[in-house]
Design a protein around this ligand. Structure first.
Ligand code: ZN
Length: 161
């Protein structure tokens, strides 16, 4: 019997801690909650994360750093825009995140990065765009994806639907 490794169409559960490579600041961690479960190749994860874990076994611990283009991509300067102040509620503050409705009906998060009496400056970029990221990952479980998971393109952890 061959050992089960992380590869396409497997569902992997991992504990992880993510820090900014440049200053060590933690931006996310699964500590204190259930492991993160994902369908490998399902496009749920940033590309470099899956790539670094390919071939890993249960119990493996890996630490790796990703350049921005393997993580959330470069920061798009056109993603920062000014919007009239009256399009936001009076209580809007720098740091808040709102959902912006796109023409195709999808909602994307926008962060408020500046406010004057006339305009609100919003940033459509992902908060981690342009950042190099370091991950410490421990592989907890690996299993074959079900046909349903493969057709949905994501892992089912019991509360998905
Ligand atoms: Zn589903």
């Amino acid at each position: 019997m061959t050992a089960t490794t992380i590869q396409k169409d497997m569902v992997a559960s991992v504990h992880y801690r993510g820090t900014l490579t440049d200053n060590g600041e933690e931006f996310d961690s699964s500590k204190g909650s259930d492991p993160l479960q994902f369908l490998v190749g399902g496009g749920q994860m940033i590309p470099g994360f899956e790539k670094a874990l390919m071939g890993a076994l249960v119990g493996d611990k890996k630490t790796f750093s990703l350049e921005a283009d393997e993580a959330y991509g470069p920061k798009d300067p056109n993603g920062v825009q000014e919007v009239p102040r009256d399009q936001f509620p009076p209580e809007a503050e720098v740091g808040m995140v709102f959902g912006a409705q796109m023409p195709d009906g999808k909602s994307i998060p926008i962060r408020l990065v500046g406010i004057t009496d006339e305009v609100v400056t919003v940033d459509f970029n992902h908060e981690l765009a342009g950042e190099r990221l370091t991950f410490e990952v421990e592989v907890m479980e690996i299993r074959e994806a079900t046909d349903e998971e493969k057709s949905h393109g994501h892992a089912h952890d019991g509360n998905c639907h």
